[in-house]
Write a protein that binds this ligand. Sequence first.
Ligand SMILES: [Zn+2]
Length: 214
Amino acid sequence: MFIEMIDMLRCVNGHEDTWLVASFSMVKNRFVEEAKLGCPVCNATYEIHGGVADFTLGVALPSCEAERAAASHRREELATRVGAYLDATEPGATIVLGGLWAYAAQELSEMADVRVLAINSPPEVTESERVALLRVADRIPVAPNSVKGVALDSWFRMAIATSAIDVVKPGGRVVGPAAFTAPPELTILARDERYWVGEKMPDVIPLQRAKGTQ
Ligand SMILES: [Zn+2]
C-alpha cells in the first residue's frame, strides 16, 4: 500500500473517528509491504501483508468466480461505466471499487485523476500510488463522509451497503447489485437488472448528532 494512502484508513469497530497507529516491518519505495495497524481506541489490530490491508477480522468472504473471466477483459469499458455511475469528475477525490468493479481501479485512477480503494479485488488487480488494495467484511475502513463514491457487487455481504452510506459524502453515489436492497438514505438515479445507482441526500443529518442534542 502506498504510504500516503494509510492516513485514510480507520478502525471497523463502531466508535469515534480516529487514525490508526502504523508500525512498519517492510517498506519499499514508499510502498508498505508488511505492517501492523493498531486502533488506539479499541486496540483492534489489522495487518498489511504483501501490500494488502486486511480488515476482515477473520470473517470468510464469498466469491463469484464465474463472473471474473468476463470482467477482466473489459477494464476500460468498466472504468468508463463506473466513472459515469459514480460521477467521478472531481480530481483528487477518493473512490471505493469493490469486487469485479476493482478491475477498473487502475484505469479509473488515471482517467479521472482519483484515488481508488480496491476492496476484495480479484487477484489480477495490482496496487499503485493511487490504487490501494484492501480486504473487508462488513465495513469499509475509512472515515465517515470521506469518499465520493462506492461501487459494490454481489461478492459482498449485504451489511457493506450500510457502511457505504456512512463513508460516502453527502451528494456522493453508491452502486450496488440488484441482489441488495438499496438503503433508504439513497435517492435511486438508475436501475437495471444487475445494478442500482443511488445518490446520498445532501442534507442527511448524522443520527449521533441528533441524539446528542436532544
Ligand atoms: Zn477501534
